[in-house]
Design a protein around this ligand. Structure first.
Ligand code: NAD
Length: 356
């Protein structure tokens, strides 16, 4: 098993270092190779996604990514900005499924804006289709309306569309992920108004025939938004299209209130994936040794579960993270009175210790 390690910029190298230490502390050894990406890629090779970095990512079984971006690159032309590296990797690796767990450990329940009893122990997974829908549909643009009530007026327009195969492949990812959890899947659509999402609903229902051990229900997106803040713990796995997923996954992430804790994965059709924390490169705290490495460590656990088929090792890491939180250790972003404040490396040390 080969893992491409792409630390990136800002706090990326600091948090990745801790995740690599955690991986090295497992019984099984993985081959890891590091390459520059983002601003670091630009500095080393004049491009945010250097050819050698892309080749390494393609050849590896999985990619562990830190974060990219720094204000000092804001003046570069768009194609050379660090953030382009993520888009390039998604496109070149055909990463069409975005998995974002929203987990709120009981010890951190105070960090949420919702009442602790509503969110404490929250553990849901949002799966967002990443390469289709109205974000990519053609035609799109601004034109003079050719007909209708606003004929002759300027209008903006986009195209919402999903091909059957696109819906099928994301549905398979979702059912398979649900199988690894509580076996409940909610497909979120807007079938009452949109043809595309009636079609979505029909196809997801059809794919369900292959996963009779998983319970499927359907929910309109407006209701899903409401339920996410009303009773989020009712959900297990949610699957939805690109636009609805964009909105719902951010809302779900914020339920937990602690951005330094949230991992994410982007997968292709063969479960090869790119794993990264949900947060950015946090240039404001880079180099200070205070960044929370847990989102990245938990991303490594997701990588073991989804791409490397090592569920037991993933469980071990997740349990080690729970153990350090139970010990009261906190980086500054999740610190509360009565707990012990630690830095990035001490948090990594504690997870490694808990693994043993
Ligand atoms: P950010 O997520 O980097 O930071 C937002 C806030 O959260 C900051 O106050 C930061 O200090 C804090 N924070 C983030 N991660 C943390 C951690 N692990 N521990 C403790 N605190 C943490 O978002 P931003 O400030 O809007 O963006 C900074 C840079 O990151 C920009 O260049 C942006 O383009 C880039 N970015 C990259 C990614 C990515 O690599 N996937 C995602 C989002 C933003």
């Amino acid at each position: 098993m080969k893992i491409a390690i792409l630390p990136g910029d800002g706090i990326g190298p600091e948090i990745i270092e801790q995740a690599v230490r955690v991986l090295n502390a497992l019984d099984e050894k993985f081959e890891m190779e590091t390459a520059p990406v983002g601003g670091a890629g630009y500095e080393a090779h004049g491009h945010p996604l250097p050819d050698a970095t892309l080749a390494l990512a393609k050849a590896a079984d999985a990619v562990l990514f830190g974060a990219v971006g720094d204000w000092k690159y804001d003046k570069l032309e768009r194609a050379l900005r660090p953030e382009q590296a993520i888009l390039g990797l998604r496109k070149n690796l055909n990463l069409f499924a975005n998995l974002r767990p929203a987990i709120l450990y009981p010890e951190l329940a105070g960090a949420s804006t919702l009442k602790p009893e509503v969110v404490s122990g929250l553990d849901i997974l949002i799966i967002r289709e990443l390469t289709g829908d109205i974000y990519f549909g053609q035609p799109r643009g601004v034109r003079t309306a050719p007909d209708g009530a606003f004929k002759g007026e300027r209008e903006g327009f986009d195209t919402m569309r999903y091909a059957e195969s696109e819906i099928r492949r994301i549905a398979h990812v979702a059912f398979q992920a649900a199988r690894k959890r509580d076996k409940r899947l909610t497909s979120v659509d807007k079938a009452n108004v949109l043809e595309t999402f009636q079609f979505w609903k029909d196809i997801v229902t059809d794919v369900h025939k292959e996963y009779q051990d998983v319970t499927l229900d359907h929910m309109y997106v407006d209701n899903a938004a409401m339920q996410l803040v009303r009773a989020p713990k009712k959900f297990d796995v949610i699957v939805t299209g690109n636009m609805f997923g964009d909105i719902l996954s951010d809302a779900a992430a914020m339920l937990t209130g602690s951005i330094g804790m949230l991992p994410s994965a982007s997968l292709d059709a063969n479960n090869k994936g790119l794993y990264e924390p949900s947060h950015g490169s946090a240039p404001d705290i880079a180099g200070k040794g205070v960044a929370n490495p847990l989102a990245t460590i938990l991303s490594a656990a997701m990588m073991l579960r989804f791409s490397l088929n090592r569920a037991e090792q993933a469980d071990r890491i997740e349990n080690a993270v729970k153990a350090v939180l139970a010990q009261g250790l906190r980086t500054p972003d999740i610190y509360e009175e009565g707990t012990t404040k630690v830095g990035t490396k001490e948090m990594g040390d504690a997870v490694v210790q808990a693994l043993r």
